[in-house]
Every structure is written in structure tokens, then in C-alpha cells.
Design a protein around this ligand. Structure first.
Ligand code: HEC
Ligand code: HEC
Ligand code: HEC
Ligand code: HEC
Ligand code: HEC
Ligand code: HEC
Length: 370
């Protein structure tokens, strides 16, 4: 390649890079002491704070719960729930150079992040969130994940995320029932979208299975403020156009957010075992996901490339290079994975007829003329 050609190539690459969404990276920043304690001891008292009510207060100081003389893994100052909670209504806490995304506020959150918030399920309404250990007890209505993956082991995260870590959930459960392999300092060797990964084919969850070559993780482009504001930019999720055939391999094969949810709720997407999946064409028997959003008919009026609606998001065959013809329907089109102020963790109020351009009618634009 000549020098001029190389300059041209670099310019084209830069232009392309500017026109498509790019990864922002999920590595933590700020002084070590924001999050770590070397000995869990300061002036003779413990530093670790844990238990019911722990979270960041309006001075960005960890408060509530109680001091604990039991040190934490990785020398952390609190648990997953503790560090991602706040007694304020703010959903990003800024503390001396660290921006901490809050998923559980103990007062009504202002601008919940993309995943929603555990506030409502913690108030005692089991239908408004995943019931997660450290936040809510077992779901009073659901003894297992609806549409549960019938092939998975029983008495595990596939039944409840509210159980304490134990051998049944490989000492994970709770937040780590979904965020199995966290990597707060490294988004390169552990590239999975928002720490969402499966546990490989193995009989057990060894750390070895955090290896990326297994491929069983969600791909996406991460918005740097977790969609606290959606007017500037937003997340891009990986979708697929696929009927899954095998529970164990769909996440590896498609790396889509829908394949991830299907790890526990597999029947709602497929696979087609006894005709109890979603079907494979209209007429569908369950609302389809990981299917293309048609460019014609009533769907033509929603162009998420130019007019993305964060209330009814879509996924993309290639999230780094979104194309209208490659937009797909996904589980998060209608649900918030942590919780919302609506039953079934829905993204909008499904108990009203709805208005044009919102909720179901964003896509099904011919179903009502008001
Ligand atoms: C002491 C504080 C602290 C603890 C403990 C902690 N986190 Fe985080 N976490 C953070 C911060 C800060 C970020 C934001 C990193 C960034 O800027 O992208 C984060 C980000 C995340 C994200 C989003 C990743 C992304 O791509 O933006 C997830 C998911 C998450 N944490 C889950 C967990 C889980 C599960 C645990 C327990 C195993 C945990 N966290 C423990 C502070 C903490
Ligand atoms: C905003 C919170 C935060 C800050 C600031 C932070 N860490 Fe961490 N660190 C974490 C979390 C959370 C983990 C747990 C790793 C995981 O599971 O993702 C961790 C894990 C670690 C580990 C264990 C190995 C690994 O990479 O997972 C080391 C070592 C470490 N941190 C060192 C540091 C040092 C040194 C600093 C200061 C330069 C620092 N951390 C600043 C949150 C933080
Ligand atoms: C049922 C699966 C599931 C459970 C359980 C779960 N998460 Fe998440 N989490 C997700 C998904 C999916 C996303 C990505 C949401 C998006 O980008 O739209 C996410 C995103 C996040 C983020 C980034 C902020 C956001 O809203 O996008 C953080 C931080 C986080 N989770 C922390 C936690 C913590 C802490 C817990 C436990 C209290 C937890 N999660 C439990 C599925 C889960
Ligand atoms: C690790 C297993 C697991 C994963 C992965 C998972 N779920 Fe669940 N889900 C459950 C369990 C268990 C329940 C029933 C108990 C509860 O509600 O917490 C449930 C319940 C639900 C409910 C009903 C809530 C209610 O209480 O009425 C919805 C909606 C839901 N999940 C959507 C999703 C979506 C969307 C995803 C993907 C982002 C997802 N789930 C991923 C385990 C999982
Ligand atoms: C992101 C766009 C989108 C949203 C939002 C959406 N749908 Fe759909 N829906 C589709 C697509 C695409 C199909 C498949 C259409 C086809 O195959 O012709 C579909 C199929 C259906 C079907 C089955 C039609 C058939 O031919 O079998 C029904 C019923 C339905 N949707 C109702 C709803 C309802 C009710 C809501 C709100 C809770 C909703 N949809 C939200 C895109 C969407
Ligand atoms: C078009 C919108 C839409 C999409 C896409 C969608 N859901 Fe739902 N989901 C709903 C609605 C509405 C309900 C309320 C119950 C009903 O109408 O069947 C619901 C209910 C649920 C429930 C609770 C069932 C119960 O028994 O309480 C679970 C679990 C669930 N969805 C998981 C999923 C998963 C997993 C996916 C992706 C494979 C998905 N949903 C895709 C709209 C949707």
C-alpha cells in the first residue's frame, strides 16, 4: 500500500468509526479507596458495610446496613447490592472520580437506567421485578421462571434468584444469577455486554468458563450513562433472526439478548420441542422475538435507525452497524430486566388502550387510528 492509499484508508476507517456506534468500555475509574479496603480495618473499626438498607447517601457516603467484620471477596467495601444501591432518588452516584450505576433506590428513582430498577419489587409487589437475593424474598406467585428451560437443573437460578448463594446456584444467585462473570476492571478480555454471560456447557461453574472463546455471552454497544438520558445516545443490543433448536447452544450461536433471557425462559422463544415454543411464522403462538422487524406494512412507520424509541427498543444483527433492514424484536422490546413500575416488568402501561407511536402501537401502527 502506498502512503497516499494508507492515508485514504485511515481516513475512511475514521469516517466509518464516527458514523457507527462504538464501545465505551465498562472499566471502573476513581481512587481505589472508593471501592476497596485493604484490611477491613480503619481506626480499629471494620470498613465493610453490608445488610439490609446499605447504599450510597446524598453525600456519596456508603451508609445504612451495618458495619461487618467479615471481609469481602476482592477486598471490596460492600456487596453487589450494596454498591449498586442508593437511599437517594439518583441513579448515578458520582464519588471522587467514580460513576456508580444504581439499580436499587430505596426512594422512587428519577430516570431509572436501561435495566429498570428494583425499587418497586422491593416495595413488596412481586410482579414488578425479578425477586433478587438481598432485595426481595422469593416471588409469592412464581415458584419457577415462567417458560422455564425444561432441560436445566432444578432448585437453581432457573427457579429463583432470591436464594442465598449455595451449592445449588454455584455460590452465585441474586445479581450473579444473570451477571455470572463480572469484570469491573477489564472490558477487553471480558467483552460481554453488561457482564451478561452464560456458564458454558460444563457441569459446574468454574472460573475457567469465564473464557471468551466459549462465545456464550451477549454482544452489544454500551451507552456510557446506561441510558440515564436517551436523547443523545442509547444502547445497541445484539439480535438475530433465528429459531433456536438447542437450549445449550443458542447463546453461543447468536449472542443475542433474547438468547440470554431464554437461558431461563426458553419456551417463550422456542425451541420448538412439542409445538410449545413461539412458532416460526405468522400466525405466531407466542409473541415472536429474534425475528426481523418487517420494513413493510404497519411496521414501515417505525424506523429505529432514524427515530429510535427507547420505550420500545429493538436489537440489531450487527449492533456496531445498525441497519433498518436488520432491526429485530427482542425480550427487552417490552420488558425491563431488573424491574419497573408496571406488572410483568413491562416498559409501559399495558392496561390502557395506548396511543399511536407508543407501546405496542410503536410497531403495530395500524391497530388503532387515534
Ligand atoms: C464497590 C462498588 C462495586 C461493587 C461491590 C460492585 N460493583 Fe458493579 N459496578 C461498579 C461501578 C462503579 C460500575 C461502573 C463501571 C463503569 O464505569 O463502567 C459497575 C458496573 C456494573 C455493571 C454494568 C457493567 C457495564 O458494562 O456498565 C454491572 C452489571 C455490575 N456492575 C454488576 C455487579 C455485580 C453483579 C456485582 C457483585 C459481584 C458488583 N457489580 C459489585 C461498582 C461496584
Ligand atoms: C468504583 C469501584 C472500584 C474502584 C475505584 C477500584 N476498584 Fe478494583 N474492583 C472493583 C470491583 C467491583 C472488583 C471486583 C471484580 C469483579 O468481580 O468484577 C474489583 C477487583 C479488583 C481486583 C481483583 C482482580 C480483578 O481485576 O478483578 C484488584 C486487584 C483491584 N480491583 C485493584 C484495584 C486498584 C489497585 C484500584 C485503584 C487503582 C481499584 N481496584 C479501584 C471496584 C473498584
Ligand atoms: C434477570 C437477570 C438480571 C438480574 C438478576 C440482574 N441483572 Fe443487572 N442487568 C441485566 C440486563 C439484561 C442488563 C442490561 C440492561 C440493558 O442494557 O437494557 C443489566 C444491566 C445492569 C447494570 C447496568 C445499568 C443498567 O440498568 O443498564 C448494572 C449496574 C446491573 N445490571 C447491576 C445489577 C445488580 C447489582 C443486580 C442485583 C441487585 C442485577 N444487576 C441483577 C440483567 C439482570
Ligand atoms: C438466571 C435465570 C433467569 C434469567 C437469565 C432471566 N430470568 Fe426472568 N425470571 C427468572 C425467575 C426465577 C423468575 C420467577 C421469579 C421472579 O419473578 O423473580 C423470573 C420472572 C420473570 C418475569 C415475571 C416477573 C414477575 O414476577 O411477574 C419476567 C417478565 C421475566 N422474568 C423476564 C425476563 C427477561 C426479559 C429476561 C432477560 C433479560 C430474563 N427474565 C432473564 C429467572 C431468570
Ligand atoms: C418492536 C416492534 C413490536 C412491538 C413493540 C410489539 N410488536 Fe407485536 N409483533 C411485531 C412483529 C415484527 C411481529 C411479527 C409480525 C409478522 O410475522 O408478520 C409481531 C407479532 C404480533 C402478534 C402476532 C401476529 C401474527 O401474525 O401472528 C400479535 C398479536 C402482537 N404482535 C401483539 C403485540 C402487542 C399486544 C404488543 C404490545 C404488548 C406488541 N405486539 C408489541 C413487532 C412488535
Ligand atoms: C411484545 C411485547 C413482549 C415481548 C417481545 C416479550 N414479552 Fe414477555 N410479556 C409481555 C406481556 C404483555 C406480558 C403479560 C402476560 C401476557 O400477556 O402473556 C408478558 C409476560 C412475561 C412473563 C411473565 C409470565 C407470568 O406467568 O407471569 C415472562 C417471564 C416473560 N414475559 C418473559 C419474556 C421473555 C423471556 C421474552 C423474550 C423471549 C419476552 N417476555 C418477550 C410482553 C412481551
Amino acid at each position: 500500500m502506498s502512503g497516499i492509499e494508507r492515508v485514504f484508508m485511515v481516513t475512511v476507517t475514521l469516517l466509518l468509526a464516527l458514523s457507527v456506534p462504538s464501545y465505551t468500555g465498562a472499566a471502573v475509574s476513581g481512587p481505589c479507596s472508593n471501592c476497596h479496603t485493604m484490611h477491613n480495618s480503619q481506626d480499629g473499626s471494620p470498613v465493610v458495610r453490608d445488610g439490609t438498607g446499605v447504599g450510597w447517601n446524598d453525600s456519596a457516603v456508603l451508609s445504612g446496613g451495618s458495619l461487618s467484620s467479615t471481609p469481602k471477596n476482592r477486598l471490596l467495601v460492600t456487596s453487589c447490592v450494596g454498591c449498586h444501591s442508593s437511599s437517594t432518588s439518583q441513579t448515578i452516584i458520582s464519588k471522587a472520580g467514580s460513576n456508580i450505576p444504581i439499580v436499587y433506590n430505596t426512594t422512587v428513582p428519577v430516570n431509572p437506567l436501561a435495566g429498570g430498577n428494583f425499587y418497586w419489587v422491593a416495595q413488596g409487589d412481586d410482579t414488578k421485578g425479578h425477586n433478587v437475593y438481598g432485595i426481595a424474598g422469593a416471588d409469592g406467585n412464581l415458584a419457577t421462571a415462567p417458560g422455564r428451560n425444561p432441560a436445566a437443573c432444578s432448585n437453581s437460578c432457573h427457579d429463583t434468584l432470591a436464594a442465598a448463594p449455595s451449592a445449588n446456584n454455584y455460590n452465585r444467585g441474586g445479581c450473579q444469577g444473570c451477571h455470572l462473570f463480572t469484570s469491573h476492571h477489564d472490558d477487553v478480555n471480558y467483552p460481554w455486554y453488561r457482564f451478561l454471560k452464560g456458564h458454558g456447557p460444563g457441569p459446574g461453574l468454574t472460573l475457567d468458563e469465564s473464557r471468551k472463546e466459549l462465545g456464550d455471552y451477549v454482544v452489544g454497544v454500551e451507552d456510557d450513562d446506561w441510558e440515564q438520558e436517551t436523547t443523545v445516545d442509547h444502547n445497541y443490543y445484539k439480535g438475530a433472526v433465528a429459531t433456536y433448536t438447542n437450549d445449550g447452544t443458542s447463546l453461543t450461536n447468536y449472542q443475542s439478548i433474547t438468547a440470554f433471557c431464554s437461558g431461563c425462559h426458553s419456551v417463550f422463544h422456542g425451541p420448538e420441542r412439542n409445538g410449545d415454543g413461539m412458532g416460526s411464522a405468522s400466525p405466531w403462538i407466542r409473541h415472536p422475538t429474534d425475528i426481523a422487524l418487517p420494513v413493510t406494512g404497519e411496521f414501515a412507520s417505525y424506523d429505529p435507525v432514524t427515530n429510535y424509541n427507547a420505550e420500545t427498543p429493538v436489537a440489531w444483527i450487527n449492533p456496531a452497524n445498525p441497519a433498518r433492514s436488520e432491526a429485530t424484536v427482542m425480550c427487552l422490546t417490552c420488558h425491563r430486566p431488573h424491574g419497573s413500575d408496571q406488572p410483568d416488568m413491562l416498559r409501559w402501561d399495558y392496561s390502557t388502550a395506548g396511543t399511536q407511536g407508543t407501546g405496542c402501537l410503536t410497531c403495530h401502527s395500524s391497530k388503532r387510528s387515534n
